[in-house]
Design a protein around this ligand. Structure first.
Ligand SMILES: C[S@@+](CC[C@H](N)C(=O)[O-])C[C@H]1O[C@@H](n2cnc3c(N)ncnc32)[C@H](O)[C@@H]1O
Length: 275
C-alpha cells in the first residue's frame, strides 16, 4: 500500500467522523476537490497528517467552522453568466407572469449575489411583488453575508457590466448606496426573500416551486449525489416549473433527464413536464 492509498483511508475516516459528529455529509462530494481542500486545511489547523485532524475535529467544535469554510467555495457575483439572466427574462419570466404568485428557490445561494440579481430582474418585469424567494445554503457565514447584502466597492464595475449584458433596463446604480469601501443593496430588494440554512445532501424538498436555480453547486458533488439532488429539485417543482443549473452542469445522462425538457440547453434552463 502506498502513501496515496493510506491518505485515501484517512480521508474516508475523516469524512465519516465529520458526518457522525456534525451531521454534514461530504462523503459523496467530488473526491479530487475534497482532497485538495483537506490538504489546504491541514497547515491552518496545525496538523501534519489527516489522522491528526480527526481527533481535533471530534473533541473540539471550534475546528468545524474552518472546515466548512474550506469545503464550501462561496465565490459568486451579481448577474453571473449574464446571458443566463437575459434568457430567463426572455423565456421564463413571460410564463411566470401567467401565475397569480410565484415561488422561487435559490439553492446554494452563497453570499446572495445571484438572489439579488433575480430580485432586480423580477422587479423590472413587474413580478417581484407576486414572488416569494427562498434562498438557501448550508454555510451560515455565507448566509449572514447574504442577509446583509453588502459587497465590496471594487465589485461594482463587474456587477454593472454584467447587469447591462443581462438586459438590465435601468442604471445599476439605482439599486445600491455606496458607503466608504462597500455597496449596500437597496433594502426593498430584500422584502420577499427568506434566507435559510438547508443542506442539499441531507435535507428534504421545498414544495411547489415555480423556478429553482442551483448554479455552480452540483459540480462539487459526485454523480450519485448529483442524482439525489436533481431528484429533490424535480420533486420540489410544480408541473411546468423551471430548473436553472450552472454552465458546467447538465441534466444529460442524469436520473431526471426524462422528467424535464431543455428550454435553453446553453443557458441550462429546463422545464418539468411530468406531474
Ligand atoms: C460556488 S458557490 C455558488 C454560488 C451561486 N449559486 C453562484 O453560482 O454564483 C457554491 C455554494 O454551494 C454551497 N453548497 C455546497 N454544498 C452544499 C450543500 N450540501 N447544501 C447546500 N449548499 C451547499 C456552498 O456553501 C456555496 O455557497
Amino acid at each position: 500500500m502506498n502513501r496515496t492509498d493510506i491518505e485515501n483511508i484517512e480521508i474516508n475516516l475523516l469524512l465519516e467522523a465529520i458526518f457522525q459528529r456534525y451531521g454534514y455529509d461530504f462523503r459523496r462530494y467530488a473526491r479530487a476537490s475534497i482532497e485538495r481542500r483537506v490538504r489546504q486545511l491541514l497547515p491552518k489547523c496545525g496538523c501534519a497528517t489527516i489522522s491528526e485532524l480527526i481527533p481535533k475535529l471530534l473533541y473540539d467544535e471550534s475546528f468545524f467552522a474552518p472546515l466548512v469554510h474550506e469545503f464550501s467555495i462561496t465565490v459568486s457575483e451579481m448577474f453571473r453568466d449574464p446571458t443566463v439572466y437575459r434568457r430567463l427574462r426572455e423565456t421564463v419570466v413571460p410564463l411566470l407572469k401567467t401565475y397569480p404568485f410565484v415561488k422561487i428557490w435559490h439553492a446554494g445561494c452563497a453570499s446572495g449575489e445571484e438572489v439579488y440579481s433575480l430580485a432586480i430582474l423580477l422587479q423590472e418585469e413587474g413580478l417581484y411583488d407576486r414572488a416569494t424567494i427562498f434562498a438557501t445554503d448550508f454555510n451560515d457565514a455565507a448566509l449572514d453575508q447574504a442577509r446583509e447584502g453588502i459587497y465590496a466597492l471594487e465589485t461594482v464595475q463587474q456587477f454593472t457590466a454584467n447587469y447591462q449584458q443581462a438586459g438590465g433596463i435601468r442604471s445599476f446604480s439605482e439599486y445600491y448606496h455606496a458607503h466608504y469601501e462597500a455597496i449596500a443593496l437597496d433594502e426593498a430588494l430584500k422584502r420577499n426573500i427568506t434566507f435559510a440554512n438547508h443542506n442539499l445532501v441531507t435535507d428534504g424538498v421545498f414544495g411547489e416551486m415555480h423556478l429553482i436555480l442551483c448554479r455552480n453547486v452540483l459540480i462539487y458533488f459526485n454523480k450519485e449525489l448529483q442524482n439525489r439532488v436533481l431528484q429533490l429539485f424535480r420533486d420540489s417543482l410544480v408541473r411546468g416549473g423551471f430548473l436553472c443549473l450552472g454552465s458546467k452542469e447538465s441534466l444529460l445522462f442524469s436520473a431526471i433527464q426524462t422528467d424535464l425538457k431543455p428550454i435553453d440547453e446553453q443557458a441550462r434552463i429546463y422545464q418539468k413536464t411530468t406531474a
